[in-house]
Design a protein around this ligand. Structure first.
Ligand code: AVW
Length: 264
């Protein structure tokens, strides 16, 4: 609450709730149900207006920094689905490349390809006591611990992890500048790894920028801590540094890079 007050008094440059949030959310829901991801085992009875109501109820008319993860429970229960075996993919520091590789559920399924994540992805929202949602400004994720979208993504991540099975994939950035490739304060470490249940093996994919640096690999740095955490939870892992598929994807954007030239 104090943090929230500071945020209100000092103001910030963050944008407010996405305009037409409701229409986007409900439109995405119909798109998802009728066109996209038909191959996923969706609950056929899911009603887009019910989903919106549960989602909106979780944060509307509330202080933006005081939304507990549990508030999203009804929405998450209603939208939950099982991820096909061996298809689940997690990412940390690799949003763009992991989603490129996953190809919207065709190759792998990320949280943002499931209904829970798809409907909310890239949207901004926060509550206002008087008008329901604040369209002028919202705190950012880092402004307060129970910020309304951080609580959402935390509970969505936990649910996603509990719905994957078989072999699962995690893509990390071995060239990451701001933090180690695997950090204990990541969503993956806090909400996803602890929630894995029916998993055989975690395949860690470590990508590096084509121009480096190679800060961490499968055999050094924080990725060793990750391997320990995986073993301690009773899972096995396999770790791949720069598999060819990832190099090829990176090369599509930078074909002149040294790593992308054909060698005879
Ligand atoms: P990070 P985490 N769209 O890259 O392990 C845009 O260090 O902490 O990895 N930005 C987002 C989204 C999203 N859908 N979700 C999170 N962010 C932001 C959920 C947010 O600022 C997935 F299943 C967050 O702090 C991944 O396996 C940062 O990106 C895992 O959790 C992600 O930080 C990614 O989270």
């Amino acid at each position: 609450a104090v943090l929230c007050l500071v945020f209100m008094v000092m103001g910030n440059n963050n944008p407010g709730t996405t305009l037409h949030l409701k229409e986007i959310f409900i439109g995405r829901c119909w798109d998802y149900k009728e066109i996209k991801h038909k191959e996923f085992p969706l609950r056929t009875d899911v009603n887009c207006n019910d989903l919106w109501n549960d989602f909106y109820k979780a944060f509307s008319y509330q202080a933006p920094c005081d939304v507990a993860m549990e508030h999203y429970k009804e929405y998450i229960d209603l939208a939950s689905q099982n991820v096909p075996e061996n298809k689940g993919m997690f990412w940390s520091g690799t949003y763009d490349i992991a989603h490129e590789y996953a190809e919207a559920g065709k190759r792998f399924v990320t949280l943002e390809d499931t209904m829970i994540g798809f409907l909310a992805n890239s949207l901004i929202w926060c509550g206002s006591g008087s008008t329901g949602a604040n369209f002028t400004r919202c705190p950012s994720w880092t402004d307060c611990p129970l910020e309304s979208s951080e609580s959402f993504w935390a509970s969505a991540s936990r649910e996603f992890a509990s719905s994957v099975n078989g072999d699962v994939y995690l893509m990390l950035d071995g060239s990451r500048k701001d933090k180690p490739a695997y950090s204990k304060d990541s969503f993956f470490s806090k909400y996803e790894l602890p929630a894995l249940e029916n998993v055989n093996k975690i395949v860690i994919i470590v990508k590096h920028n084509l121009d480096g640096p190679i800060k961490e690999t499968c055999s050094n740095g924080s990725i060793i801590d990750l391997q320990e955490d995986i073993l301690n939870r009773g899972f096995v892992f396999n770790c791949l540094d720069d598999p060819a598929a990832i190099i090829h994807l990176l090369c599509a954007d930078d074909p002149e890079a040294r790593e992308c030239k054909m060698v005879n």
